[in-house]
Design a protein around this ligand. Structure first.
Ligand SMILES: C[S@@+](CC[C@H](N)C(=O)[O-])C[C@H]1O[C@@H](n2cnc3c(N)ncnc32)[C@H](O)[C@@H]1O
Length: 239
């Protein structure tokens, strides 16, 4: 399915669903209305991004310049592919600007990720499964990445503490992934839901990265527990 189809289908199904909403719950109605009024949803349609999350990465990257032309990027939890779209533009992995070095983007997700020019996708793959690492290394130049991105999230159960713990466990698995693929001085940007184990994750990251910052981009909904850790200056453990 083409990118335009993915977007049109999302938008039209939102509008159609809203019209048919008589039978839906009030909560579902509110969610749809919020989607239709959200300026980032509108902007993602206008700018051909697969979803609004693109604006979170754009904002964080504008501020911290993580993604440079020529860099290799691993995008964990990449579906439907909006962060990968941003990464492809910023590292020039589609070779759009021949004057700049050409980077690499590899996206991984449990779900299918529709193809994108300039990105390699490992669909139906679990980032937390070490057997996936070999496939990933084969796609990275020199078997190394400059940046690991993770916008991974488990299916929310509605039990806040449980969901928080699950996502923190997934984030902790990124430290093992970093050991395999991240080059010294590399960076990791990962989403978490704030809660009692936030400090544990921050301390583990501080153990192997020179700097760890907490970010809450404007595009991240104010009422959400969503935050990002930006960990920089990776210190690869000696073997
Ligand atoms: C919020 S979405 C990511 C959106 C994406 N950053 C974008 O801009 O299009 C979270 C994704 O994490 C994926 N995910 C959750 N657990 C995962 C795992 N263990 N391995 C790989 N992907 C996972 C989900 O399938 C889902 O597609």
């Amino acid at each position: 399915m083409s990118l335009l189809c993915v977007q049109r289908r999302c938008f039209h199904s939102s509008v159609c669903l809203l019209k048919k909403q008589r039978s839906k719950t009030a909560a579902e109605q509110r969610w749809l209305l919020r989607q239709l009024r959200d300026p980032y949803v509108k902007a993602s349609h206008a700018q051909n991004f697969r979803c609004r999350s693109a604006f979170k990465l754009l904002e964080m990257d504008d501020k911290f310049r993580l993604l440079q032309p020529g860099f290799s990027v691993v995008d964990c939890g990449a579906a439907p592919g909006a962060w990968s779209q941003v990464a492809v533009q910023r590292v020039n992995s589609a070779g759009t600007d021949p004057a700049l070095p050409r980077g690499t983007v590899v996206g991984i997700d449990l779900l299918n990720i529709p193809p994108l020019d300039g990105a390699h996708f490992l669909s139906s793959q679990d980032v937390t499964d070490p057997s996936m690492h070999a496939k990933l290394l084969e796609l990275l130049p020199n078997r190394q990445a400059h940046v690991i991105l993770s916008d991974m999230a488990p299916n929310a159960s509605g039990f806040r503490d449980m969901d928080h713990e699950k996502l923190i466990t997934m984030c902790l698995s990124l430290i093992d992934l970093a050991e395999k693929v991240l080059q010294p001085q590399g960076s990791l940007l990962c989403k978490y839901w704030d809660g009692i184990l936030t400090r544990t994750l921050q301390e583990k990251l501080s153990g192997v990265f020179g700097g760890v910052r907490t970010l809450k981009p404007q595009a991240s909904r104010k009422d959400s527990a969503e935050r990002y850790f930006l960990a920089t200056m990776y210190r690869k453990p000696m073997k």
